[in-house]
Design a protein around this ligand. Structure first.
Ligand code: ZN
Length: 240
């Protein structure tokens, strides 16, 4: 079985549609690592698509916040404004769906899914020092994560961890410990504005990182027209 691994769609419908076109024929099942909504202008469309198409989904911090489960005082002003706008925009069924999503870690078909880190759904795994203890403690040797919007991940390196280069094709053994981030579909932050995702083949165990271009301008226009903070539109073109 081959899986399309998605994370951090963030209500960016144009980026999601481009990924689906780019990945045509490469997968049989789809999983999503959270942050279906927040920041972007199409929360109902992306939530409905995830409801109808993903075999496994876990929640992200923005799903929680936009479904009204979190105290928004701890969000930065831009994320808070976007969460309040999204909460009001979401239809009841979509909001209820997001509110009911499970927290990671979840095990699915032999691999793990978390939004932030195996030990804490809200933790950001950015530096190898943060990933080392997580690689040792996680229940699934191969675990996919998101939250940082940085494509790549971490592998053990002599009692610590080292970064995975997203340009390499991974082929871990059955017992190899890996934390793999497919990158963000809807708001990449690794300096590459193109939508990010990964394909995992459960048979060969190959993991391929992929990027695809999408029409950024229509998304930016919708963000501005919705009255969302303009920096949310600007950052899409920068991949920051
Ligand atoms: Zn996110």
């Amino acid at each position: 079985m081959r899986y399309l691994i998605l994370s951090d769609i963030h209500a960016n419908l144009e980026a999601l549609e481009a990924v689906l076109e780019d990945a045509t024929g490469l997968y049989q099942q789809i999983v999503c690592l959270g942050d279906v909504v927040g920041y972007g202008p199409n929360p109902n469309e992306t939530t409905l698509w995830v409801r109808e198409n993903c075999a496994a989904v876990i929640r992200g911090n923005h799903d929680r916040a936009c479904a009204g489960l979190d105290d928004l005082r701890f969000f930065n002003p831009v994320a808070r404004a976007a969460a309040e706008w999204t909460y009001a925009e979401l239809g009841r069924e979509n909001r209820d769906y997001l509110a009911r999503l499970a927290a990671g870690p979840e095990a699915f078909d032999g691999f793990g899914m978390v939004h932030g880190a195996p030990s804490n759904e809200d933790a950001y795994l950015i530096a190898p020092g943060e990933a080392g203890p997580e690689l040792e403690g996680m229940a699934s040797p191969l675990t996919f994560f998101g939250h940082t919007h940085l494509q790549g991940g971490f592998r053990p390196a002599g009692g610590a961890a080292s970064e995975i280069d997203p340009y390499e094709l991974l082929e871990p053994g059955a017992d190899d410990r890996l934390l793999v981030n497919p990158g963000s579909v809807g708001q990449p932050r690794d300096g590459d504005w193109r939508a990010a995702y990964a394909i995992y083949d459960g048979g060969t165990r190959q993991i391929e990182f992929r990027r695809c271009k999408y029409a950024v301008e229509p998304t930016q226009k919708k963000i501005v027209e919705a009255g969302l903070p303009s920096m949310l539109a600007e950052r899409l073109a920068l991949g920051r």
